[in-house]
Write a protein that binds this ligand. Structure first.
Ligand code: M6R
Length: 595
């Protein structure tokens, strides 16, 4: 969801290659436009357009740009269509200041009218431009940049981060309010970015910013001030030790495939860490004693909540309520109080819908926990305790390894809550390895035969219901085909009419629910539809399915996790077969920091 990067160096130099590489490393967030600005001898060089990083970089020769300061931005359209004008960075009225943002300025339309009425030149519909004019407004009054940014902060409503610089200066400035922002400190330069992957190739010394931090970047130092009163903030940098290999493709054609293959390893790591996690007793105690337990997330993370709710019931005899985050306030908040617990689930830890639900829950005294993958994300810093998903970077927009680790975390919690044996769970990573090896070639073949269809269904029952929904979401997300996920028994209540000869319907078969699944499959096959079963070897499935994708035999609670893998692989191979890039599906963003 947009990404910004800015750098300040000691001397004028060829900053273009650094900016292009930084942009490439932010592409996982999703974008439709690219723009760069450098500042040299008091002159701003601005080049931008809609399109992919490599296209725009080549067309505008961004790699040749030079300067003592530079910034690059990837835009994901919210205010204004993807176009050259709406691309970022933006200039102020006189072309003496340049800035770019990430996030959402919700009062953008009102602000643009004010700026125009005040005589400023507004060139786009984009809210990033409003950040620049909001600062310009106070610079025109003679304020210094830090003061002007602090005053602009009061005018700009919403969640955002921006980087900005004056032509006639040698610094850049940035502020964080809601959207992620990290500072990097290197030898003879400092930089700022929405996320670490664009900083780590340059330096491992970083300062994570908090909301309300205003940062001044000079070539050899950074200074932090509080937006509220301008007071100086002392914060020590930290050294990042994560391996960079985790943000490279490592021989795979796409990050999505690499991340699917990483699942056994990250699951192993997760289980190891969960065993020694000091927060667990308190979390389990709170879940046990709570009046209501809400499991809150969006998209794939919501599907993990659905799965978690089944696990808590089956293994811990604990009823929990899975909630799509934006529904928390209208549906549950009126009845929520300090006797309740809410578990917020997110890969990024920055999803706006989730953070809004969190704020509302905290305000009425609900005890809030979270699981997230991005260390230091807002969710991890604002909940009473958080469980890391330990997946390393997940670059591909479709969530894969973070989903399985979310589900495994819930399975672990529910198993502990019910005082059950963990042996099966500990064996899961090995079964996941086997599943990948055995189902990859089958998924590849299936993909070719399903690809001519633009519609299909993904059905599950009981413990596999959430997996069917997740399979459908993954398929839609990367293939642009329509795939609806539902409870298998609901299919006969309407959607069955879609079945024509060869029409593909995927069935995720739970270990204890084979008979129900078989009956659903027969409703499809007797109308000449194609019933594709995913499940452990079973004579009933083999006899009734048109195709059977076999996964290794396992216990009933592990089966859904294993079945996720062929569904991910199927989506991946279908997308590749259609000529789409599964890592960066059109219109989507990895981190959704807007309403
Ligand atoms: O970062 P989050 O887990 O909070 O993101 C929530 C959804 O946007 C996300 O799971 C989305 O559905 C995935 N891209 C699907 O693969």
């Amino acid at each position: 969801m947009c990404g910004i990067f800015g750098i300040v160096t000691q001397t004028e130099q060829n900053l273009g290659p650094i900016l292009v590489e930084a942009a490439r490393r932010l592409t996982y967030r999703g974008y439709d436009s690219v723009g760069a600005a450098t500042i040299k001898n008091g002159v701003i060089d601005l080049r931008k357009d809609k399109g992919r990083v490599d296209e725009v970089a080549e067309k505008y020769k961004i790699a040749e740009m030079t300067g003592q300061r530079g910034m690059i931005q990837l835009r994901w359209a919210t205010f204004g269509v993807p176009s050259k004008e709406n691309s970022q960075p933006h200039l102020d009225s006189e072309g003496k200041m340049v800035g770019a943002h990430n996030g959402n300025v919700v009062n953008n339309v009102e602000l643009r009218e004010q700026f125009m009425a005040e005589g400023m030149t507004v060139r786009s519909q984009n809210d990033g431009e409003s950040c620049v004019h909001a600062v310009e407004r106070y610079v025109r009054q003679g304020k210094d940049m830090v003061t002007a940014i602090r005053m602009a902060y009061d005018d700009l409503q919403g969640d955002y981060a921006f980087v900005i610089g004056l032509a006639d200066d040698d610094k850049l400035y940035a502020i964080k309010k809601g959207s992620g922002l990290v500072v990097g400190i290197g030898e003879g330069f400092t930089c700022v970015s929405s996320d670490l992957p664009s900083i780590l190739p340059l330096t491992r010394k970083v300062i994570r910013l908090n909301d309300g931090d205003v940062v001044t970047l000079s070539a050899d130092e950074v200074a932090l001030h509080a937006v509220a009163d301008g007071s100086f903030i002392a914060r020590e940098p930290e050294m990042i030790t994560d391996e960079m290999s985790s943000v490279q493709k490592g021989g795979y054609a796409h990050f999505m495939l690499k991340e699917i293959h990483e699942q056994p390893a990250v699951a192993r790591e997760l289980l190891h860490l969960l065993k020694n996690n000091a927060e667990l007793p308190a979390i389990l105690g709170a879940i046990r004693n709570a009046r209501n337990v809400y499991l809150v997330g969006c998209g794939t993370s919501y599907h993990a909540c659905l799965m978690g709710s089944v696990y808590f019931s089956q293994l811990g005899a604990r009823t929990t309520i899975p909630v799509l985050a934006p529904q928390f306030v209208p549906q549950y908040l009126p009845g929520a109080n300090n006797q309740d617990v809410a578990f917020f689930v997110s890969q990024s830890g920055e999803t706006r819908d989730v953070l809004k639900a969190l704020d509302a829950a905290r305000a009425v005294g609900v005890t809030c926990f979270s699981m997230a993958n991005v260390i230091g994300s807002t969710l991890t810093r604002t909940t009473a305790a958080w469980l890391p998903l330990t997946c390393g970077y997940e670059i591909s927009v479709p969530a894969t390894k973070t989903f399985t680790n979310q589900v495994i975390t819930f399975l672990y919690l529910a198993t502990c809550l019910g005082g059950k044996d963990l042996t099966n769970l500990m064996a899961l990573p090995e079964l996941m390895e086997k599943t990948i090896a055995e189902t990859d070639p089958v998924a590849r073949e299936l993909a070719d035969s399903i690809n001519p269809w633009q519609d299909c269904y993904s059905l599950g029952y009981g413990a596999t219901y959430a997996i069917a929904l997740e399979g459908a979401l993954k398929l839609k997300e990367v293939t642009y085909a329509h795939c609806e996920g539902m409870l298998s028994t609901e299919f006969k209540h309407g959607p069955l009419s879609a079945v024509t000869p060869g029409f593909p319907v995927l069935f995720s078969a739970g270990k204890d629910d084979v008979d129900v699944i078989v009956s659903g499959m027969n409703e499809v096959t007797c109308r000449e539809g194609r019933a594709i079963a995913i499940g452990a070897e079973d004579s009933r499935l083999r006899a009734n399915a048109t195709d059977l994708v076999t996964i290794p035999a396992s216990d009933a609670m592990s089966t859904p996790i294993l079945e996720t893998i062929p569904l991910q692989l199927l989506s991946y191979y279908m997308a590749v077969g259609r000529g789409y890039d599964p890592d960066f599906p059109r219109n989507l963003s990895k981190t959704l920091t807007v309403d």
